[in-house]
Design a protein around this ligand. Structure first.
Ligand SMILES: Cc1ncc(COP(=O)(O)O)c(C=O)c1O
Length: 347
């Protein structure tokens, strides 16, 4: 199902609400959510928390706000948060934790599989010393966007938990695409969130809801995050019209992510056979394909431009790398159309 006549592989955020979502939005029972009186938001928050195996949830307008509210609830000014150098929280959230929270990100290199080296995490935890900021948080991301949709498994989460426990630190998981990880691994999302104190997941990416993410954690943590959301201007009123779409997303759009993964796998396989194209190690494992282009006759910018003229849209993500994202508005036929266009240009 091409979007506006294009095969649009720029992002899964492009997905538009399904007819069932629009119907649910129109029929949603609403109230003032800042007063805690929107029954549909309350239901979404309960269901989301249950799905993540946490006590409470907080509906937020975006993944960015969910992550920021979490960091603000975990940390104070002058604290330090350990975060990957390719993490969305560090790379793409406009420096929010530093700008708005006075929180210093301590970056560690993300490995190609999206993980942080456990020994490096442990070494980055600050000793008590008046000169040092206080280490207050470890942040992870699953699936890992800039690492090509790489999946962090439960064993890795446990190993980070052990370091966190040794130093009395909480772990925040940016699980914007945690359901993609869960579907790829064949485990419940709660299993992947079990060793995180807090988790944000997005309704408006592969799950196709128009707006919103949910931050989950303990009841006390969510109370603090709710206050942070208010400070950030994210307290919404009759937000049940949005939460209603989120409930449909949770109920109907998770299992079908496997189709997106299959489409990404086929894209990866097709690209791997083209001269000068090298897919990243985890490319196509979930719904993101990152690949490198090494050719004399065309660079990433030229490829993006010429493919757009062929009706296939995607982005470069720095250097010689480009990214394709599959989602429910990209069909198996669209994948064939995209690959045919790549073949015409790259041979
Ligand atoms: C891994 C990850 N975290 C957080 C976000 C932020 O979500 P939003 O665009 O809703 O702020 C994104 C968005 O693409 C993402 O990929």
């Amino acid at each position: 199902m091409a979007m506006n006549g294009c095969v649009d592989l720029r992002s899964d955020t492009l997905t538009r609400p399904t007819p069932a979502m629009r119907a649910a939005m129109a029929a949603a029972e609403v109230g003032d959510d800042v007063f805690g009186e929107d029954p549909t938001v309350n239901r979404l928050e309960r269901q989301a928390a249950e799905t993540m195996g946490k006590a409470a949830g907080l509906f937020v307008p975006s993944g960015t706000m969910g992550n920021l509210a979490a960091v603000l609830a975990h940390c104070g000014r002058g604290d330090e948060a350990i975060v990957g150098d390719e993490a969305h929280t560090f790379y793409y959230e406009a420096g929010g934790m530093a700008a708005l929270g006075g929180i210093q990100p301590r970056t560690l290199p993300n490995r190609p599989d999206g993980t942080l080296d456990i020994t490096a995490v442990e070494a980055a935890v600050r000793a008590p010393n008046i000169h040092f900021p206080v280490t207050r948080l470890i942040c992870l991301e699953n699936t890992h966007n800039r690492c090509g949709g790489a999946v962090l498994d439960a064993a890795y989460m446990r190993s980070v938990r052990a370091v966190a426990d040794a130093h009395g630190l909480p772990v925040h998981l940016d699980g914007a695409r945690i359901f993609n990880a869960a579907v790829a691994l064949g485990v419940p999302a709660a299993t992947l969130a079990a060793d995180a104190d807090s988790v944000t997941f997005c309704l408006s990416k592969g799950l196709a809801a128009p707006v919103g993410s949910v931050l989950c954690g303990t009841a006390a943590f969510i109370d603090a995050a709710r206050r942070a959301r208010k400070q950030l201007g994210g307290g919404m009123r009759q937000a049940g019209v949005l939460a209603a779409a989120g409930l449909v997303a949770l109920d109907t759009m998770v299992d079908r992510l496997a189709d997106d993964h299959e489409n990404a796998r086929r894209l990866t396989e097709g690209l791997a056979g083209m001269r000068g194209v090298t897919p990243a190690p985890d490319a196509g494992r979930t719904n993101i394909v990152v690949a490198a282009l090494d050719r004399d006759d065309i660079g990433v910018d030229g490829l993006v431009e010429r493919m757009a003229a062929e009706g296939v849209r995607f982005f470069g993500v720095g250097g010689n790398r480009f990214r394709l994202v599959t989602h429910w508005e990209v069909s198996a036929d669209d994948v064939e159309r995209a690959l045919a266009a790549f073949r015409r240009l790259l041979g």
